[in-house]
Structures are given as C-alpha cells and as structure tokens.
Design a protein. Sequence first.
Length: 148
Amino acid sequence: MRRYGYSIFCDDIRSEPGGKLSFIGCYNAVMFSAHKFPLVLSKFCIHFHVFSPATQPYTSVVARCYVPGEENPIAEEPIEVPGLAEQQDLLRSLPEDTEAPPYIVVASSLVLSPLEISEPGLIHVRALINDGPDELHLGSLQVVPAPS
C-alpha cells in the first residue's frame, strides 16, 4: 500500500448545508483560454484529497501549487492533520475481519484569487508529507490557448 491523492480544479467552491461542498465550473484535464497570455483569473480553486495507509501516519502535510513559467510554488499551505495518537487509535479501533485496508484521509482546498498564468503549460498540485524529500503528485490541469 502506498499514498495517493487527487485534485478537482474549478472556478469556485461553495460550502452547502450539511457540510457538503459544491464545485462550480470544474475543468476536465484542459483549460482553454480565449484570452492571450499572461492570463489572469479572478478566482481559481483546487480541492484535493491525500490518502495514506493507516500504517504510514502523517506528521505533517504541506500543499503546493505550481503554475507554468514558475519554478517555485505560487502557493504553499500547511494542512491540519489528525494527531498521531488519533491516527493510531483509528487503526486499533477497526474490526479484525476488515478486508479493506484502512486509510487516513486529509482533504483541503486552495483558493487562489487572483491567479496569474504567464504561459501555457501545467498547473499542478503536490503534497509534501512528513517533511520528506519527495512530493506526492495530486493532479494537474493543462492550460492552453483556445483553438481558433
């Protein structure tokens, strides 16, 4: 078992009654821009989930967002994770006949307002886990000029 994650790229995220989230203007793999670069979006949102086997607990998670033309992340946000004791309690509380491997899930959103994209390329989200040397890839969105 290993860690994995995914992201939803959209124009807005709204909190709804009952703890639900609504994702407005979701993108499917490619964002087509009818405007010339640099492109400035008044608001851009990314919601992501990180899954870690319960046997590999978190001590920290930092979300990073990269955009085309920038080597360093344009956003870097620490994400609150459950305490180590809470994570270990989860593993101990599962019935012994549980077939599915238990995962600890961390989810959060990045709201970038405004977001400037200087050139076509990939927006991608990564998570630095437990201050490790490697970043976990959580997804990407290709940004290209709209076909004429």
